[in-house]
Ligand binder design. Structure first.
Ligand SMILES: *Cc1c(COP(=O)(O)O)cnc(C)c1O
Length: 365
């Protein structure tokens, strides 16, 4: 298999062994004489895939199946921006939002649109183009939930120390750091992640939530927009995205085989350090866009050329691509470059990029 170093922000790189196994599954699943694409979502082949993925995910996250459940929803993380307030932001109540990036801004926008209660932004880093993680805020006592984004995919910041909430349920959009850090996941009442960044193909959103929190969801919603429907049917109310869930299960098993989140976080720290060291060392030519270094993401490394070299941005991306370093163009709102180095991204790829940066700096600087 010909593989380049794929720095794409999502859909993104997946483990090679998972791709091989999924390719086999597309041909024939578990000796059934059928492709995984052909089996009934109510048949026994799929039963094991569905239940197995949910169990493995909880195990990887260190959560008990007594207290937590896994739901598979479609519509991406973007639909969760609306489902969360529809299900939990009742009339007369408030929900708190920390706005640390473009995705967080979209979450608040949806909550203001569809929540029956009031969605309040209690902290933001918009003043400095989201180049740091807001800190030192306190949620409104009795709030329905506090929503954060643990990894800001576009801006390249990561929330390492989860906030004290004083009993307010903590909710995160973990789309780009799902299964990437060895966090205490029991601090979350609900977390959601579009699979396509770190957990599988596009098409399924993983929702992991405390059962007790889900029981407080509001009624009267269309079936497909009510978390209760997914809970009561084990996410089999209608046809789930069978293939995406199958691959998510394979990725979760792969994470386990790597040594779980302890080993994954260690590897992620090592990979990120290679790039941040290069950025800092080559500061005549490059700079990191995250102003608070302690907030630098392990998943999305954002950097730019110093202003005097700014016109070389396109050349850098094109030259990198020629060396098999693909997908480095930064998001238009931040500019410059973004190296997305999710769980499956190899250390050697970060070393190859750092070597190219040194070469580029030596030639231009
Ligand atoms: C990619 C991303 C989204 C959007 O996800 P979709 O599944 O495309 O809706 C939302 N939040 C974060 C943090 C993301 O990285």
């Amino acid at each position: 298999m010909h593989r380049i170093y794929n720095f794409s922000p999502g859909p993104a790189i997946l483990p090679e062994s998972v791709l091989e196994e999924a390719a086999q599954g597309v041909r024939e699943i578990h000796g059934s004489g059928m492709s995984v694409l052909e089996v009934s979502h109510r048949g026994k082949q799929y039963d094991g895939i569905h239940a197995g993925a949910r169990e493995t995910l909880l195990r990887v996250l260190g959560l008990s199946a007594d207290e937590y459940t896994v739901l598979f929803v479609q519509g991406g993380a973007s639909l969760q921006f609306a489902l969360l307030p529809m299900n939990f932001l009742a009339d007369g109540r408030t929900a708190n939002y920390v706005n640390a990036g473009e995705w967080g801004s979209k979450a608040i926008k949806e909550a203001k649109k569809v929540g029956k209660g009031e969605a309040i932004e209690i902290a933001t880093s918009a003043d400095k183009n989201f180049s740091y993680i807001p800190k030192g805020y306190a949620p409104t006592p009795g709030a329905a939930y506090l929503h954060v984004t643990t990894n800001n995919t576009i801006e390249g910041t990561e929330l390492y120390d989860l906030p004290e909430t004083g009993g307010v349920p903590l909710v995160t959009d973990a789309s780009s750091d799902f299964m990437a850090l060895n966090r205490d996941h029991s601090k979350f009442s609900l977390l959601y992640a579009g699979a396509q960044k770190n957990a599988g193909p596009a098409g399924v959103t993983i929702v992991v939530a405390r059962k007790a929190f889900l029981e407080t969801a509001l009624g009267g919603l269309p079936s497909m927009l009510a978390y209760k429907t997914y809970v009561d049917s084990d996410s089999l109310y209608n046809t789930p995205p069978v293939f995406a869930i199958y691959v998510v299960g394979l990725v979760a098993k792969w994470v386990e085989a790597q040594g779980g989140l302890v080993a994954i976080e260690k590897a992620n720290r090592e990979k990120a350090a290679v790039l941040y060291s290069a950025i800092d060392e080559l500061s005549d030519v490059f700079y990191g866009t995250v102003t608070a270094k302690e907030d630098r993401s392990l998943m999305n490394v954002t950097f730019r050329l110093q202003p005097k070299y700014a016109e070389l941005e396109k050349e850098f991306v094109a030259e990198a691509a020629k060396r098999g370093l693909d997908g480095l163009k930064g998001h238009r709102s931040v500019g410059g470059f973004r190296a997305s180095i999710y769980n499956a991204f190899p250390l050697a790829g970060t070393q190859a990029l750092a070597a190219f940066m040194r070469e580029f700096a030596a030639a231009k600087g």
